[in-house]
Every structure is written in structure tokens, then in C-alpha cells.
Design a protein around this ligand. Structure first.
Ligand code: DOR
Length: 448
């Protein structure tokens, strides 16, 4: 089948930016070079002045299937994701029913077939009583096991010490954790309820979902992982205080070994801080909470300085009606996939990181960390999952939001870049203004 030749692009890959051409054929990157000439029938895309990135691999999304389709679904959210340059996603298990065994996992892969615009992996969830299912999970069937070491949306808290110990001892795939100490949060919430009754101001969220809750739980996760030699990835780090607990340095060290314990943060912790609650209210209520400007600053430095390994979204949509409730009743989470890469690239415009560092955190690192086969890099032979970025301004308007919930925390924000095109498995999926063709996402394969 004739493919596509992308010429004169600024290729961002493996720490460098170089001008060049990239040929796509049969879903793969067939050739990377300069001065490549078009073969018969090949479509030529002139990418002069634009950056070509390996598509983002988002290791943390909540696409809400099964059971919560009134908030979101795989077809619609994955469309929003490709519009945002995200070509692969890994989806969370706090659905209804939750993903607690191999059958529930396979049900999700079946649902994604022919409907997901991006490549996809589904996490297995942990509970206080599914260790038997976790122990025997096929390492090729899931990127990892998600452990809610703090209660959040859904009912998946794992707080039984013996179970936690067993999970860290016996899980055959990477463990990923939500770390917030629930007893600490409950005590804080009781104190704020005593003070404010049902009218707690949303500005109190970072004091209820406090830094102490994060630190305590993250310490416990690290202790368990060190005790058992577990591969642990701590999700959505939100405080400066936790950063000292992690190893600084590249995910894959010079000797080829890989960090056993890794950290992720999410785009909202780099773009918002406590001062934004006054303007955005429950729209930025999420767990863990967005905290102080000093945390935001420290997190940006930690991403740039290789303390944080992965930058993801934690895309967690809720309806406008739900978010309009008073603080205590409004659910936590915000939709992010459509604008996350653009928000990350603002850090490049601000001179805080270069584009290759962003690509390291959003594409290379998640591929390496979860052993994703043949994706996450611009390499000959790899799948052609690509995002073309144009440095032309884009102002976010509610009517352009593709997510089912129909709102964005970035409404009114002008980004200095836009996604000019996204290819998934070699096929154009987003042309800069609309979706093209049909969903073409594949099940992710893990080279373990
Ligand atoms: O803010 C959040 N929303 N944090 C989570 O841990 C869960 C997520 C959701 O599913 O809504």
C-alpha cells in the first residue's frame, strides 16, 4: 500500500532535534533520513517549520468504561486524545464493575476493538481481596496493577496491611500506586466539616487532601517496594516534599539498567496551583489536590531534572452537573487529554525544558517503563504513531472540546502550539481540525 512521506520536519527524538524526512509504510516508520524522494502513489506532507514527535503515550487515563459511560467512553475520549497528539493510552481500573480479574480485563480490550482511536492497555486493579487473581495475571495482558493506597473515585481502597504486603511481594508486573493516606484525609475533612458545615470552600481542598497524606502514603509504598524488590511507579506526585524520596537520573541508566522505583506527575500540577481555585473552583478539584505555587515550581524542576520520570494526564472527566455541586459533593478529576501535550509544550515556549525533554517524559519513558513494544520512539521499524506540532496559537473554546463531558479547565487559555496532525499506526487520525477515517488503535503489546 502506498504510504506517506513527511518531509522537512523537525524530528524530535532521543534527546535531539534534527531536520529530516520520515517515510510511513504499512503502519510503520519505514525510513528516516534526509532528501528522501517520494515513491509512486505516496502522499507527501511538507512539515517545514513543524516538529514531528513520537505520539504521546498517556500512562494514566480514566475513560470510564464499563459502567460510567454517562461521563465518558473509550470511543469519544480516545478521539479527544488523538486530537491532542496522544496515540496510546493506559486506562484505569476504577470502572463499574472495577477491573479486578483477567475476565474484566479482556472485556475492556473487547470494548476497545474497532472503537479506540489510540493504542490501548488496561490496568488490572487491586482490592483487599483479589490477590489470587493478581498473582496469576498474564504479564502480557496488562501494563501493570493499580493500587489505590488512598481512596478516590470508585471503591478501590487497599488498606489491609497484609494484603498490601502480599501485593507488593507477588505482583508479576509493575505496580502503580495512588498514594494518599486516607485516615489523614478523613481527619482533615472532619475538622473542616466542623468548621464550615456543608459549605467548605474549594480552596481548602489542598489542606484536606494534604501534603502530609501524600508523603505518608508515598513513603509506605516505597518501603514496601524496597522490601520486596518490586517495580513501583508512583502516580501523580503533587508535592515538593515527595521529590526527595525518588532517585534523580535517567530512567534507563548509562549501564542499561532501569530504575526500579519511578515517579509520574500530571500536567495539571505543572499548569495550576492554589491561586487557581478562586477562578476554576471544582473544575480543578482532583486527587491528589493541586497544591502551592512552590510545589508547582519544584515539580517543573523535577521533570526537567529527571527526578520525575513520566508526565501524564490522569484524564478523569466528570459531567458539568457533577462539577457544579458544592465542594463536598463534587467528584474529583478533570478532562485533559486533548490539551495536555500543548500544555506541556508551553514549558518549552517558557524556556523551562526543551522539546526533546518533553518527548522523553511523555513518549519514551512510558514506553520504556511498561516495556511497550515498538512504540514511543521515531525509529525505523517501529509503529508510525506520530504527532505533528505547529507553533501557531490555539485558544481553547468550550465548543471545541471533544470529551463527552464538554468542558475543559483550559477554556480561554491560548497555547502557543497546536496539533497539526496525528497518525496512529501509520494512518492519519487527526488533520489539525477534525478526526479523519475510522478508529485504528491496536492493543498494546508488552515486550517482557
Ligand atoms: O481526581 C481524581 N479522579 N483522582 C483519582 O484518583 C481518580 C480520578 C477519577 O477516577 O475520577
Amino acid at each position: 500500500m502506498p504510504g506517506t512521506l513527511i518531509v522537512n520536519a523537525r524530528l524530535v527524538n532521543e534527546g535531539r532535534e534534527v531536520d529530516g524526512d520520515l517515510r510511513v509504510r504499512d503502519g510503520r516508520i519505514a525510513e528516516i533520513g534526509s532528501g528522501l524522494s517520494a515513491a509512486a502513489g505516496e502522499e507527501v506532507v511538507d512539515a517545514r517549520g513543524r516538529r514531528l514527535l513520537p505520539g504521546m503515550i498517556d500512562d494514566q487515563v480514566h475513560f470510564r468504561e464499563p459502567g460510567l459511560e454517562y461521563k465518558a467512553d473509550m470511543a469519544i475520549e480516545s478521539a479527544a486524545a488523538v486530537a491532542g497528539g496522544i496515540t496510546s493510552f493506559m486506562d484505569m481500573p476504577n470502572t463499574n464493575p472495577p477491573t479486578l480479574d483477567a475476565a474484566a480485563l479482556e472485556d475492556k480490550y473487547r470494548r476497545a476493538l474497532g472503537r479506540a482511536w489510540g493504542n490501548h492497555g488496561f490496568y488490572m486493579g487491586a482490592s483487599n481481596d483479589n490477590l489470587d487473581a493478581i498473582r496469576v495475571i498474564d504479564p502480557l495482558a496488562t501494563p501493570g496493577v493499580k493500587v489505590f493506597m488512598g481512596a478516590s473515585t470508585g471503591n478501590m481502597l487497599v488498606d489491609d496491611p497484609e494484603t498490601l504486603d502480599g501485593i507488593f511481594r507477588e505482583t508479576p508486573v509493575p505496580i502503580i500506586t495512588h498514594c494518599e493516606d486516607t485516615p489523614t484525609i478523613e481527619a482533615n475533612l472532619a475538622a473542616y466539616k466542623a468548621k464550615y458545615g456543608e459549605d467548605i470552600p474549594v480552596e481548602c481542598h489542598p489542606d484536606i487532601r494534604s501534603r502530609e497524606a501524600c508523603i505518608k502514603s508515598t513513603r509506605l509504598a516505597l518501603e514496601l517496594a524496597r522490601r520486596h524488590g518490586t517495580r513501583l511507579h508512583v502516580l501523580h506526585i503533587s508535592t515538593a516534599d515527595e521529590l526527595g524520596l525518588f532517585e534523580r537520573g535517567p530512567l534507563v541508566r548509562a549501564d542499561g539498567s532501569r530504575k526500579m522505583i519511578t515517579a509520574e506527575t500530571c500536567i495539571h500540577f505543572l499548569r495550576f496551583d492554589r491561586s487557581d481555585y478562586a477562578r476554576l473552583g471544582n473544575f480543578i478539584k482532583c486527587n491528589p489536590a493541586i497544591k502551592d505555587p512552590s510545589d508547582r515550581e519544584a515539580l517543573i524542576r523535577a521533570v526537567a531534572g529527571d527526578v520525575i520520570d513520566v508526565l501524564a494526564t490522569d484524564h478523569a472527566p466528570h459531567t458539568l452537573e457533577e462539577k457544579s455541586r458544592p465542594y463536598a459533593q463534587a467528584p474529583s478529576g478533570l478532562p485533559l487529554v486533548q490539551y495536555a501535550l500543548l500544555a506541556a509544550l508551553e514549558l518549552v515556549h517558557e524556556g523551562r525544558m526543551d522539546a526533546a525533554q518533553v518527548v522523553q517524559k511523555v513518549s519514551h519513558a512510558p514506553a520504556q517503563l511498561f516495556d511497550v513494544a515498538e512504540r514511543g520512539f521515531l525509529r525505523e521499524g517501529y509503529f508510525a504513531d506520530l504527532a505533528l506540532v505547529d507553533d501557531a496559537p490555539l485558544t481553547v473554546r468550550r465548543e471545541d472540546v471533544l470529551s463527552k463531558c464538554g468542558w475543559s479547565p483550559f477554556e480561554g487559555t491560548t497555547f502557543r502550539s497546536r496539533i497539526a496532525a496525528t497518525w496512529v499506526n501509520g494512518r492519519l487520525a487527526w488533520d489539525g481540525s477534525k478526526l479523519v477515517g475510522a478508529p485504528n488503535g491496536q492493543r498494546l503489546r508488552f515486550a517482557r
